[in-house]
Design a protein around this ligand. Sequence first.
Ligand code: P5A
Length: 463
Amino acid sequence: MRLSRYFLPVLKENPADAQIASHRLMLRAGMIRQASAGIYSWLPLGFKVLRKIENIVHEEQIRAGHIPMLMPTLQSAELWRESGRYDDYGEEMLRVTDRHGREMLYGPTNEELITDIFRAHVTSYRELPLTLYHIQWKFRDEIRPRFGVMRGREFLMKDGYNFDIDRDAAIHAYNRHMVSYLRTYERMGLRAIPMRADSGPIGGDDTHEFLVLADTGESEVFYDSAILDLSMDGRRVDYENHAEIAGIVREWTTPYARTDETHDPALFGKIPETRRRTSPAIEVGQIFYFGTKYSEPMGALVVNERGERVPVHMGSHGIGVSRLVGAIIEASHDDRGIIWPEGVTPFHVGIVNLRQGDGSCDAACERLHAALCEAGLEPLYDDREERAGAKFATMDLIGLPWRITVGPRGLQKGMVELTCRRSGESEEMKPEEAVERVKDIYAPHREAGLIEPMAGRSFHTWL
Ligand code: P5A
């Protein structure tokens, strides 16, 4: 992509109303624009990151054997009356009436709608286990939308729903979600810690939130620092193997880690003092097991092995897809701008032409651009008639992890410069070498993106 032909409306000044780094940087980098309170347009650069995050979520869900679909944003109030949540949900629910006077609502979550789909089509234990999910916009009329996309009113969520014959099977689904979420966040360059939490309006007793430690987080958490030593390290897992999945969950849920709603000072006090930590954190996901809370009142029954009709066991599992864009920036930026982890960067590498209009600089940049595209990578070539300082400032602000700088002095020796955004270190090398290096850097991320077929399930490629 040539920057002169792209739409990247960067702001020179810091927006006055943005209180935290991610909000400020998303506005300044031309990623989003507020449409009204808590509602945003995603401009091209922001939209690219959002799609990258969605792709990782899809890949890891499909890898876990979960099936993608799409439900609408508008739902009928009738279904919510059946579960009893229409009145309970309160002011956060945006209620609308259509021209025929029918009561509708903009979905804040989808437990009722998916239960309705399930009860219409599934009747036997033989059709289980089943986990369906979608990535769709939600609306919650938050009393105080703030921090940009972190606490929006309209926001993008991945929400998945498992249907199982009994508690044991449903707990395996819960565990599978925990493991798939750990892999998902790690691929985005994030450390998200599962913590025992409160279930709120979704219900049930078993629930974990996934939290990213950050000074600007709205949750307060308490944890044993031993949990920071854990990592999935891209490890392959067999989601059909109940013991293996339960083992990973045990590993991650043994060290103390709780949000303030479930915090137990006495238990916390038993951890050696040097390992006791407390911090603000951002909630980027939550998983729930709530048994028959929706299936019972809504009559989602299946015939079990003994021929009895029993309510299906369910759980729901959410990832804050649009919030993640902000959370990743909170975890990864400096005073010059964003520093994207390789897994979600909107462009893989920037090309900066220090002397636009100079025949050899222009030709070298064109060749680099073509070679990177040929290798299946997406470069962003700053081909504007701008000073070098302004080009560097833009690249630093938008946070591409790698930059190739092309200038007349280097080119006389046949050299360009490859710079790492995070460390600031630069290295001179031949243009072909720079292309090879960038290819190598992204090779593991591209491999991680390949989807293996799951036993008995179809798979899709989303890239
Ligand atoms: C689980 C999926 C649920 O709604 N039902 C379907 C369950 N869970 S949740 O915890 O309430 O939301 C899931 C994730 O969505 C993100 N989120 C938000 N993101 C931006 N702005 C908001 N106002 C907002 N509210 C929730 C969070 O990341 C949350 O973990």
